[in-house]
Design a protein around this ligand. Sequence first.
Ligand code: 1HE
Length: 259
Amino acid sequence: MELKYLKVEMDGPVAVVTLSRPERRNAISEEVAVEIGRFFSEPPEEAKTIVLRGAGDHFCAGLDLEEHARLRRTPAQFMRMCQKWHWAFDQIQYGGTPVIAAMQGAVVGGGLELAAACHSRVAEPNTFFALPEGQRAIFTGGGATVRVGRIIGPDRMVDMMLAARTFDAKRGYELGLCHEIADEGKSFDRAMEIAQGAAKHAPLSNYAIVTAIGRINDMSTTDGLFAESLMAGIVQSGPEVAEGLDNFLKRKAKRLEPK
Ligand code: 1HE
């Protein structure tokens, strides 16, 4: 696959994907959004998990404001553009392969929408989160109302945007915008550790974890419980199940401990 803005390298079973537009702070133009969607809809077959990071000092500065100002998009054009972002970020969230975000610096606007589509998010002490759309006279269009609203709650998202709040890494952690804060400069190493660990899971378990939980939470309780039982039935028919259970029963697997 020919890629202009994403650099992809394999490290064992992990595909390392670097959003590489540091001179624009990894801002997302229409081409970038489409490239993200194309890549995540067909990741390399050998990739069991994926780490997504941004080149340079920032994860992602969101919508390419220079392109947006230049194109003077009509309402219909902007709506279509937002739908491309929705499609692209859906490929991340529901593509079936776990995606771990390694974040430093700005995770703002569309950058936060991108991060929110990832399944596990590692920050650094210098990471910050914001939705500055109101300050730019626009509105979120890359899925924040759905994904960020679910993570921090719609009420807090409204306040975050109205009060133009910028959350530091610690506050972001408390709110669930990141799941862990690694040491300075170490978010990538930690994301790789998580990705290497998750790559050892049975592929069908990972598929269920990343595709079923989000969807089931869109369902009614009755439908959700039914869908969960179906998914559980399918996953436990996978070839790795006997081995996974045996490893535990024969004490070959590590016991769980808090970390
Ligand atoms: C950009 C962008 C961008 C930087 N589009 N070019 N997003 C924002 O409102 C965030 C806007 N950006 C910033 O607040 C800052 O750039 C950062 C905090 C991310 C980084 O600061 P810094 O000091 O490291 O960099 P800089 O000097 O501000 O920017 C370096 C260059 O990147 C500069 O270009 P240059 O030609 O002057 O070198 C910037 O113009 C360029 N740059 N951010 C285009 N976003 C589907 S709807 C989603 C809606 C949104 O995402 S709204 C939020 C938009």
